[in-house]
Ligand binder design. Structure first.
Ligand SMILES: NC(=O)c1ccc[n+]([C@@H]2O[C@H](COP(=O)([O-])OP(=O)(O)OC[C@H]3O[C@@H](n4cnc5c(N)ncnc54)[C@H](OP(=O)(O)O)[C@@H]3O)[C@@H](O)[C@H]2O)c1
Length: 375
């Protein structure tokens, strides 16, 4: 008891110090960015995890700027939370709002989410008879995330935290690239965390597929079973690995996009294909710590040691400010912001490639074939 209350008090004082430093940095960031935000004209955003916490706050700020919003959650559209959200965003001034539903713990639903997003954007931007042209998306914010104290498996058998926080953004981002290259000043903002792990376990174990279930015994009782021995589970380590995963995803994504070369040279013979290729290379990929914020996730895992949700502006700033546009001095594509420095793994070429290949193997999604549907 004594040692646990001692370590608790250490955690609390570390948290307080962190907040002091964070407030100082946030004050500087806010001062330097509020004067130069972009987006005087409506832009199009897709924000995952818009139904609560930082995602909802970000959507509120985007709505007040008059943007067009695709908001996402796992709740039914008739859920009062969703109805209130959409009404609230319209009341705040969003040009358009549409709600898209998908449980990100199921990769099939993630694919459907991308299709629904394209269909919604098309209905906003193109004539009804045009069901083939690709619409534009200016910014994808991969915000949705989960910290789950209970071990769970995703629909495809992965650790659910890794699936929602890392595999889903990997699949969704790839599926929306054809729209993002048609956007203007396009950005992909993926939420990491100061909690990003400083260690990276063996990737085969991290992404091992397992199926939990219950086995009925002869005496009528039920036993839990796992078709493989489960890893020693820690909700915090799973979360921390997933946030490291978001960082590695962003760094490698920016490298691939900025240097992408289509396999077929003749693609570049048309001006529009050349322009789209140039747009692809200029997509700004950013990641960050959104702040230590008193959302239900923080309360579940760490307690109320954060700032109020209404002050959590990092995500909004990264997605909208000129300071973070492609080519800005302060923000190279692939960079991490607002946290206390990024893991060394993000500078390790071999690890980045291994991690990326693992994501590709697990999801069956490739970024090598962009000319198939992008140009
Ligand atoms: N809060 C912090 O201090 C903190 C610090 C560092 C990083 N972050 C990151 O910030 C992001 C936002 O977190 P938050 O603190 O705002 O948490 P939050 O309040 O719990 O909101 C998370 C959002 O993601 C949605 N979501 C969760 N699991 C989902 C699933 N399986 N399918 C679809 N949607 C799902 C939630 O939907 P429901 O409304 O249905 O639950 C909610 O809209 C996360 O990526 C988190 O890792 C947060």
């Amino acid at each position: 008891m004594g040692s646990s209350s001692l370590s608790l008090s250490r955690i609390v004082s570390a948290c307080s110090l962190a907040l002091l430093v964070r407030d100082f940095v946030a004050a500087i960031v806010t001062t330097t960015t509020t004067t130069t935000t972009t987006s005087r004209r409506p832009r199009t955003f897709l924000v995952t995890g818009s139904t609560d916490g930082i995602g909802r706050h970000t959507c509120r700020r985007l709505a007040s700027d008059g943007h067009m919003l695709l908001v996402h959650g796992r709740r039914d559209p008739s859920d009062p939370v969703v109805e209130t959200l959409v009404r609230d965003l319209e009341d705040r001034g969003a040009s358009r709002v549409a709600y898209l539903r998908a449980d990100l713990g199921d990769l099939e639903q993630v694919r459907n989410l991308a299709e629904d997003a394209v269909a919604q954007l098309r209905s906003w931007q193109l004539p009804p008879e045009d069901d083939r042209s690709m619409p534009a998306l200016d910014c994808l914010i991969n915000n949705a995330g989960v910290f789950d104290p209970t071990p769970r498996r995703s629909a495809q058998g992965f650790d659910a935290t890794m699936a929602v926080n890392v595999l889903a953004p990997f699949v969704l981002t790839r599926a929306l690239l054809p729209c993002l290259i048609r956007g203007s000043d396009a950005r992909i903002v993926t939420t990491s965390s100061v909690s990003q792990s400083r260690t990276l376990p063996d990737l085969d174990s991290l992404f091992a597929r397992r199926f939990d279930g219950e086995r009925r015994n002869d005496d009528g009782t039920n036993d839990q079973y796992h078709d493989f021995e489960p890893l020693p589970y820690s909700a915090h380590s799973s979360y921390a690995h997933s946030k490291l995963g978001d960082l590695l995803f962003t760094v490698q994504l920016s490298r691939l996009l900025s240097s992408y070369r289509p396999p077929e040279d003749d693609l570049l013979r048309t001006t529009s294909a050349s322009l789209l290729l140039e747009n692809l290379r200029r997509i700004q990929c950013l990641t960050m710590d959104p702040g230590t914020v008193n959302t239900k996730m923080l309360l579940a895992g760490w307690g109320p040691c954060g700032i109020p949700v209404g002050e959590a502006n990092n995500t909004y700033i990264l997605a909208t400010s000129d300071e973070y546009a492609f080519g800005a001095r302060a923000a190279k594509s692939g960079s991490y912001h607002f946290g206390w420095g990024m893991s060394d793994y993000a500078r390790d070429d071999a690890r980045l490639v291994d991690f990326w290949n693992k994501l590709s193997d697990c999801t069956g999604v490739s970024y090598d074939d962009l000319s198939r549907d992008c140009f």
